[in-house]
Write a protein that binds this ligand. Sequence first.
Ligand SMILES: [Zn+2]
Length: 301
Amino acid sequence: MSQLTRRNWLKGMALAWAGAAGLLTLPGMTRRTLAQAAASGSTVFSIPRGNVTFHTYVAPDAGFLVTTHIIETETSLVLVDSQFTQSQARGALALAESTGKPINRVILSHSHPDHWGGLNVFAGVPVFASAGVQAAVAASAEGTIANVRANFGDEFTTTAPVIENVIEAGNETIDGVAFEFAIYNNAEDAEQVVVKLPEAGVMILQDLLYNDAYFFPGLNRVNWISILEELRAGEGYDLLLAGHGFPARLGELTNAIRYLTFFNEARATSQTPDELNAALQAEFPAYGAAGILGFTGLAFQ
Ligand SMILES: [Zn+2]
């Protein structure tokens, strides 16, 4: 169970506010940067929490710092998201294989291709998503594959995801560990699954949270902020796993709310995406994954 003492809380807040310079440290946590050619520049964190270990694979900055999380239970693994490119997915698969345990399932958190482009690398593993995510991927995958390959090249898959299993909001026990699935709508994407492990004090927020990275503009930032406020009020969680960026403390939600609030204010006074991007970079100069700013035009449509 998480040790959410006042001292740890204050330390977490201080780290969150320190921004990119504030490196998260937790009991037993390890961090390494991969040098293997296929996954070069990726960062891997392993964080033990009771009888569960969380492994977070973070793609390099040029790969938008996109994450895959591996929840290692006693005899198997649950993965959340499957990377953007084939090479990063192979890196995440190698991390999973290094545990010596089989992959029970891959959960897709939402419909955006930076989270499923590498899914084919996990061939044979059951794929799970909410019904809304399943429908959104089915409707968009073919066009997305053509579009992404035109812009990012043949590192992106030619294979549309096949999602056979539907996740519903609620509780499920997997390999003796309590999981809670929550579904949020109309925020960064039309539908997003959040995976909570209450006994470990961990929330896997994926693209509801960008940690020290520029945010995708999303669909409804006002609603997105309300969801983050609701999540911030949840008690007992002190480790957040983001869709882009390194693992974070609960205090990172305050930074995310501040970012989205600033984005909306700057959007209202900006005439062009370039003007808005300049304001974002001036306000958040240390943030990574600047390639995501290439999507700011979506906020002007
Ligand atoms: Zn994403």
